[in-house]
Write a protein that binds this ligand. Structure first.
Ligand SMILES: Cc1cc2nc3c(=O)[nH]c(=O)nc-3n(C[C@H](O)[C@H](O)[C@H](O)COP(=O)(O)O)c2cc1C
Length: 335
């Protein structure tokens, strides 16, 4: 084994022990701030071990150059964490979905761990806890882009999305339109309002020249294929992120339901990538998100036709070395 890959394995094992012994046992309301505190405080982004700079990994998304096809999925809005994440191997990093006005999010408990047949996952009813457009514009102004930044918008009306896209696009390299988080009724319901959705897509397309990604829900497979994606393509939105969390009942959460993330989603993510690639051909770029928490899953998604792979839960359950392990596997597979 090469010395560097032995180091990656050793550091990976260390995180697994830390996660298994500490983070996965601490109650969630404490584990989340503890993890985020660690991410903010430890300058992990200074360590080359997290990155694979092989130029063969470079790709493009919406015409934007990415050093590799791995994307940290939307969850963090803290710009210190986003800055650190940009040095942790990802080819692009997505900020949290922002709404026009600040939102406190849903009360605790709003995130629980779950053990599924496929492995460790999460269920959240975060409810878009975010500082709102104006405060976030000021924060993003000070964030350097070591890799491309994807800014993300959520809202309840076309006007909300236009306001956030207009306000955030100057600070991002790509813009993601979230119409799929299950924790806010009007956001989740966009797929059931195709007329309004078409108007919203046209309006946001006019609001920026930056590439736009539409993030869809695994709960609306039929609507995604029959209306949402064709409507997006007609409006000139050609990148699809499939997808968001899956809505599930969860009595431990304050809202009694939430979005399931993690490996239980993977089989459907893979199937969705295959179907979308077969149905829409080369006219669409696909980000595979949902349950990617191991190198072989990322390889399967890319082989099925994904342009890039996104993940969030794997970053928590498998740790910050997952990106490096996936990148090494991609290089090895295509050598
Ligand atoms: C706590 C939490 C917060 C999230 N917040 C957002 C969000 O603001 N916007 C969004 O589009 N997706 C959000 N997501 C969904 C993730 O970006 C991702 O699409 C989903 O978790 C599936 O991928 P995974 O299985 O790799 O986690 C969130 C997920 C979690 C667990």
């Amino acid at each position: 084994m090469e010395p560097e890959s032995a180091m990656v394995r050793a550091a990976d094992l260390l995180y697994r022990i830390l996660y298994g012994v500490v983070l996965s046992r601490v109650p969630e309301p404490l584990a989340v701030p503890l993890g985020q505190w660690g991410l903010r405080l430890l300058p992990l982004d200074l360590l080359p071990i997290f990155r694979n700079p092989d130029p063969r990994l470079a790709t493009t998304l919406g015409g934007v150059k990415l050093p590799n096809p791995l994307i940290l999925s939307s969850m963090y809005y803290d710009t210190t964490i986003l800055r650190r994440a940009m040095g942790l191997g990802f080819g692009a990093v997505t900020a949290k979905s922002i709404t026009p006005r600040p939102r406190p999010g849903h009360p605790q408990p709003n995130l629980v761990r779950i053990e599924t047949a496929e492995g460790a996952g999460l269920v959240n009813c975060n409810g878009f806890h975010n500082p709102g457009l104006e405060a976030y514009r000021a924060a993003l102004e000070r964030l350097p882009h070591r890799v491309p930044l994807i800014v993300a918008a959520a809202g309840e009306s076309a006007e909300d999305y236009v306001a956030v896209v207009e306000g955030l696009a100057p600070f991002g390299d790509l813009v993601e339109i979230n119409i799929s988080s299950p924790n806010t009724k009007l956001v989740y319901g966009w797929s059931e309002r195709p007329q309004e959705l078409a108007g919203m897509f046209r309006a946001v397309r006019k609001a920026t020249d930056k590439p736009i990604i539409v993030k869809v829900s695994p709960d609306f497979r039929h609507a995604n294929e029959e209306t949402t994606i064709p409507t997006a393509l007609e409006a000139g939105i050609t990148i699809v992120n499939c997808g968001n969390t899956r809505r599930v009942d969860e009595p431990r959460l304050s809202q009694k339901s939430g979005g399931l993330s993690g490996p239980a989603l993977f089989a459907e993510t893979l199937e969705n990538v295959r179907r979308l690639r077969a149905r829409f051909g080369a006219g669409v770029e696909i980000i595979a998100t949902g349950g990617i928490d191991a190198p072989d899953k990322a390889l399967q998604a890319l082989d099925a036709g994904a342009t890039a792979c996104g993940y969030f839960t794997g970053f928590i359950t498998r740790g910050p070395l997952l990106a490096r392990r996936i990148l090494d596997a991609i290089v090895k597979a295509h050598r």
